[in-house]
Design a protein around this ligand. Sequence first.
Ligand SMILES: [Zn+2]
Length: 176
Amino acid sequence: MSESCCSPQSKSTQSQKTETESCCELHPPQVCGPTKCPQCQGLGKTVKRITLGSLIKPEKRSFIPSYDEFCFCRNPQCDVVYFRPEKIIFRKNDLSVRVGIKEPNDPMAPVCYCFDWTPHKIRSQIKTIGNTTALDEIKAQVKAGNCYCEITNPQGSCCLGNVNKIITEVTAKEVV
Ligand SMILES: [Zn+2]
């Protein structure tokens, strides 16, 4: 799996590269150093404190430790969401939103949090019109300055890599 959410994973549309880059300049993904998830040993991605402040359930917010940065566990099979070296801090149930990449079997779990795209919505479009407007619409909103990945997306960074991945998966399934 690519460590960068911003690397275009779909070859279906030539124009996706620039779209992806435009969002990622604002919200670059970062690998969380050598720190590994204490539960699954997967590598994490750096997330800023404000992401936790926005997405942890209000009753759990007072338990956010006083660090500026945390690691996000990207393993779909692991229920740990945020950790620090040697320490699990928050799991899926501690967030007020669902973590889309950790719900691979739920087509209603969000993939783009800023503009409400789910695998279900993308699949429906592809089924009915043969394509999806997800990337174009997200790109237009990013340009308009309406993209707030840090406070809407549990990953705290650009969703376009995840959106590309869903489109690739859905397209492959529809062809077969
Ligand atoms: Zn993990």
